[in-house]
Design a protein. Sequence first.
Length: 310
Amino acid sequence: MRTGYLLTLVVGPLAVLALVVPVALTAGWGPRWYDVVLGAAMYALSIMGITAGYHRHFTHLSFKAKRPLRIALGLAGGLAMEGPVTLWVAEHRRHHQYADREGDPHSPWKYGTTRRALLKGLWHAQVGWFSSSPVRSNHARYAPDLLADPDVRRLDRGYPATIAVSLGLPPALVVAWTHDWRAAAVTLFWASLVRYAVVHHVTWSVNSVAHAFGPQHYATRDQSRDVRWVALLTFGEGWHNLHHADPNSARHGGLTGQPDLTAWLIARFERWGWVHDVRWPDERRIASRRFTDGACRPVPGGVRRAGSSG
């Protein structure tokens, strides 16, 4: 199982991205308009499944969802191919317990604060932690609520089938439409494999880039930061500093000019009655943690103490 885990999460995405240029230069193997459309649609569904589903709903309990939506969010998160929901949640809850300290599974500050150490740490936070950590986070300790949920257990057991759907749906649609198996093979590469690799590295950039670069607007015990391009690609997750200041909040982009598409969708779900008990930011609590300069930088030791002014 560990070998398959490493192949899916580490080797696979890097190998696919390495093939992009050679495949694109091969006659007839460049992406067609429908490959782009299908890839973008699967990207959006996968990212939203991670952000609204795996992260804000299952991990941080930012809102409660009616059962059909809860299951749909779990399935959508699985399409990203980042692991079964219980495994993903356990890893992320451990990250918050030890953020940027000993015990954090993927801090970019693991090896120190020098330029060389940070470069090594960024690689570790992006992909290296999958192979360098000998033991995954304990499910019984970090996700007992999910282990007790029969729907989540079914999602975990059905994860291999979810992977098959994630990879197989785009080419299956092309075959049904064009009856051209060669066209479907091209779609498999671009809309399934390349999309899956991009989704992985975009979401993992929250672990690496958003814990090393960009401004801090709120006092936290860690190096969580706000990175605009990460936030745009991850539908709001790159506004990472507020998330660590208020982990259970359903909104991560708390300032003017910080669009958060995931929070917008959760608000729509709330309006339609599909979710309830949404934990929106407590403005007074957040204001008490706000920096006045909003532009803190990494400090020796890699961790800023809560309440420092930067």
